[in-house]
Design a binder for this molecule. Structure first.
Ligand SMILES: Nc1ncnc2c1ncn2[C@@H]1O[C@H](COP(=O)(O)OP(=O)(O)OP(=O)(O)O)[C@@H](O)[C@H]1O
Length: 194
């Protein structure tokens, strides 16, 4: 079954876009994302060096980091997503690819599946405006992810949500899907260099 894989920074508009896609595509798609993996953690694994924690790199940028249990959680999430599609259900994935290792893991786990890779971009100023307005996100996270989330990614289609609504963005992806039957980007996901 088909997977529409949305990758972008926090506040890029992935969840809003995913919901618009669910509404606009005739066939039903389930929705799953990295936030579901975070939500399934025990509370003590948040802000924990074994689980997930925020820190600053040498440039002072906020990074979402993880320890052994955090990595195992993300890899389990990747395999759960693949299993959903393999069981015969369409899936939209709402993801933030945090490291080259995780990018490669996605590429390996999804190999052979019908995956459309969508780069969800947004200008930094607008990301930071949204981050502040939401009130429930760690400030600085969007800037910290801006340089790394799309690094070495190859996409089937890229969108920029800075100035267009989730509904219009969803329409452009649906038009792309209708006009482009073959998908090329996934084969690059596991291959690219660190
Ligand atoms: N196209 C858009 N135009 C204007 N605002 C938007 C757009 N898409 C999303 N937003 C707003 O930006 C904020 C973040 O949106 P959303 O939750 O969809 O982002 P996200 O990429 O899923 O973020 P996260 O990864 O942190 O969950 C919300 O307040 C949402 O209403």
């Amino acid at each position: 079954m088909a997977i529409i894989f949305l990758n972008g920074c926090t506040s890029a508009g992935k969840s809003s876009l995913a919901k618009a896609l669910q509404e606009q595509i005739d066939e039903p798609y389930l929705l799953l994302g990295i936030d579901d993996a975070f939500a399934s953690l025990p509370q003590r694994s948040h802000n924990n060096p074994e689980g997930f924690f925020f820190d600053r790199d040498d440039r002072g940028l906020v990074r979402l980091n993880f320890g052994a249990f955090g990595l195992a959680t993300l890899k389990a999430h990747h395999r759960a997503a693949a299993a959903i599609a393999q069981s015969g259900v369409n899936l939209i994935l709402d993801e933030v690819i945090l490291t080259p290792e995780l990018r490669k893991d996605w590429g390996q786990v999804l190999k052979g599946l019908d995956v459309t890779l969508v780069g969800v971009h947004c200008d930094l100023a607008e990301l930071e405006r949204r981050e502040k307005e939401r009130g429930d996100r760690v400030i600085g996270q969007a800037r910290g992810q801006f340089d790394i989330v799309h690094k070495d990614m190859v996409y089937d289609i890229e969108v920029n949500t800075s100035q267009i609504s989730p509904e219009e963005t969803a329409s452009s992806i649906i038009d792309f899907l209708a006009q482009n039957p073959s998908r090329l980007a996934l084969s690059q996901m596991a291959k690219t260099e660190d």
